[in-house]
Design a protein around this ligand. Structure first.
Ligand code: NAD
Length: 260
């Protein structure tokens, strides 16, 4: 029963993170939202969650490239809601480019947001969770944490790193009622994916329609994008008492991609 628990979801103003916020709120979890975007739209999304599910929702715009802002996000969540039960490291960006042209600043930003931010959130969340004697840490990796695709050097490196971090943290928290696992989705049709369709088309010399059908869904044997409901199903399991046995694991929800 998740009612009355508290979750932080980084990068929850869009895509998967926002749908995770709705999913957990529907189970009675209070939500700390985070991410970039238009202030008015974020406030509307925050209010909608409170009104739709009768939970408390707050927003902290910590930049995941700034360790001091991340520390403050964790501190503020604990003081606003009284506990920190679920930490979801979801914020992420993508850049598709051949390595010889890959911009240095994009490499640094992807490593910071997609990998290092999880180190910083976990570092500050673990003492709180240890004190509670319970907690769930869920890291959004990707199938690109398990296998590679060309032109995504920074993303694939960061996501493989996330899986290593997940395993290490799992070992450190295992005796404290805390688990740390990774979710590895295949393609989900979020704004992040919609944006990379254009980049991939350029890198591969294809039309956007060809990228969608011949590159993205070509990798996914189901030939369908992964849905938010499918991801939320795994999230609920990992957050539940029944999920307590899973630790340090990577769960690919990928329509069969990694089986090939
Ligand atoms: P999205 O672009 O829709 O959302 C990304 C979120 O991260 C946004 O809320 C954005 O504001 C936030 N963000 C970006 N930079 C930030 C920063 N510096 N500080 C704080 N927040 C920041 O993307 P999405 O597709 O929903 O991706 C969410 C996660 O899922 C990412 O980690 C991504 O790598 C992973 N993932 C996505 C897919 C997919 O197909 N969409 C597949 C596998 C893994």
């Amino acid at each position: 029963d998740l009612k009355g628990k508290t979750a932080i979801i980084t990068g929850s103003t869009s895509g998967i993170g926002l749908q995770f916020a709705h999913g957990l709120a529907s189970k009675g979890v209070n939500i700390m939202l985070n991410g970039f975007g238009d202030a008015g739209e974020i406030e509307t999304a925050r209010k909608e969650i409170e009104e739709q599910y009768g939970v408390k929702a707050a927003y902290n715009g910590a930049d995941m490239t700034k360790p001091d802002q991340i520390a403050e996000l964790i501190k503020e969540t604990k003081s606003a809601f009284g506990s920190l039960d679920i930490l979801i490291n979801n914020a992420g960006i993508q850049k598709v480019s051949p390595i010889e042209d890959f911009p240095d600043d994009k490499w640094d930003a992807i490593i910071a947001i997609n990998l290092s931010s999880s180190f910083h959130t976990i570092k500050h969340a673990v003492p709180i969770m240890k004190q509670q004697g319970s907690g769930r840490i869920i890291n959004l990796a990707s199938v690109h944490g398990l296998v590679a695709s060309p032109y995504k050097s920074a993303y694939v490196a960061a996501k493989h790193g996330v899986i290593g971090l997940t395993k290490t943290v799992a070992l450190e928290v295992a005796e404290h009622g805390i688990t740390c696992n990774a979710i590895c989705p295949g393609y989900v049709e979020t704004p992040l994916v919609q944006n990379q369709i254009a980049d991939t088309a350029k890198a591969r010399g294809m039309t956007e329609e060809e990228v969608k059908n011949n590159v993205m869904l070509e990798a996914q044997p189901s030939k369908e994008f992964i849905t938010y409901a499918q991801l939320n199903g795994l999230l609920f399991y990992l957050c539940s008492d029944a999920g307590g046995g899973a630790n340090g694991a990577s769960f690919n929800i990928d329509g069969g991609w990694v089986a090939k």
